[in-house]
Design a protein around this ligand. Structure first.
Ligand SMILES: [Zn+2]
Length: 322
């Protein structure tokens, strides 16, 4: 079988544990042996047709382990184990992967791209796509190339500035609430009616030491706590509500409605449209001092009141993360 690039790390370290210097070709041979890579698999090419899949993965693993300083390269094309690698083996790890290497600061720096000279080349990024690299965060974390500061030479990017986006679709992560509302004076939305509202979140910024712009569970949890007060309530803009003796009165297209105070969430918004509800939630998120927003350059909240129709509110911040 062809191992993924992380799977080649531990056998490579064990192979180097005798402290001998080894050529990259010898590492290939050892990985072929350990994983019983067949002759046909060894010849298999990347889609680009310019590199062998299995050798490419091994070189990636070697690059990562060099960046983590568990191995070192005394000369081009030659590697040997470093004292850090020997210590790692002494801990008898069941596997060595990106998570393992992330405990070393040099590797974290390399991965999070804070050291520009270590930033992977564009060609490396392409090759990386062929390595079955494990995504730590699931499928909704994406990398976006910002074109704002790019210079184009001969049709290729000269300099790339990356930003990262975390995106939550509440329709699929159970991030939503059911509520009634009305839009004062609007036809037909001036009548009291209800929706199963869903929340979307889009956070852009620089990754922290764990490689996260923001933790999915943290941001979802912060929003979920805000939704609790609105769930299964009648949402009323403050200016439309008259409260007296535990009763709330408000005027809809159909006339005045009176309900007990507990049935209502009175919100400090002009109207309870999707975009202004989004704004209300976003303001509460920004006011939440438990959230680390240090690396975030923008955060947007969207409210879907029917499938495919979203009202957004977005705040741009200055990222404090290097
Ligand atoms: Zn509505």
């Amino acid at each position: 079988m062809i191992p993924n690039f992380e799977e080649t790390m531990l056998p490579t370290l064990r192979f180097l544990s005798d402290r001998e210097e080894r050529r990259t070709s010898a590492i290939y041979g050892e990985v072929y042996r350990v994983f019983s890579v067949t002759a046909e698999e060894r010849r298999r090419l990347q889609p680009s047709g310019q590199d062998l899949i299995v050798q490419n993965r091994i070189r990636w693993a070697l690059l990562y382990m060099k960046k983590a300083k568990v191995i070192e390269a005394p000369r081009h094309g030659v590697v040997r184990i470093a004292s850090r690698g020997l210590s790692l083996l002494e801990s008898h790890p069941s596997k060595v992967d990106v998570d393992t290497l992330m405990k070393y600061p040099e590797f974290r720096e390399f991965r999070t791209g804070t050291d520009a000279k270590h930033h992977p080349k564009k060609s490396d990024d392409f090759l990386m796509g062929e390595t079955n690299a494990k995504s730590v965060r699931g499928t909704s974390s994406v990398t976006k190339i910002s074109a704002s500061k790019e210079t184009v030479h001969n049709g290729s990017w000269n300099r790339a500035e990356k930003t990262h986006v975390v995106d939550v679709d509440g329709a699929r992560t159970n991030l939503g609430f059911s509520a009634a509302h009305f839009i004062s004076g609007h036809d037909p939305c001036g009548r009291l009616h209800g929706h199963n509202f869903c929340v979307k979140v889009n956070v852009e910024g620089r990754p922290d030491e764990y490689g996260m712009v923001v933790d999915f569970f943290t941001i979802e949890g912060a929003i979920r706590s805000i939704l609790t007060d609105m769930d299964h309530k009648i949402l009323i803009a403050k200016r439309h509500a008259i409260v007296a003796d535990g009763i709330v009165r408000f005027m809809t297209t159909d006339g005045e409605i009176r309900v007990p105070r507990d049935a209502v969430a009175i919100l400090d918004v002009k109207e309870t449209t999707s975009e202004l509800l989004a704004d209300h939630i976003l303001s509460k998120v920004l006011a939440n001092s438990d959230l680390d927003l240090g690396g975030i350059s923008s955060i947007a909240v969207g409210i879907t009141e029917s499938d495919g129709r979203v009202g957004w509110s977005k705040m741009c911040l200055r990222s404090k993360r290097a």
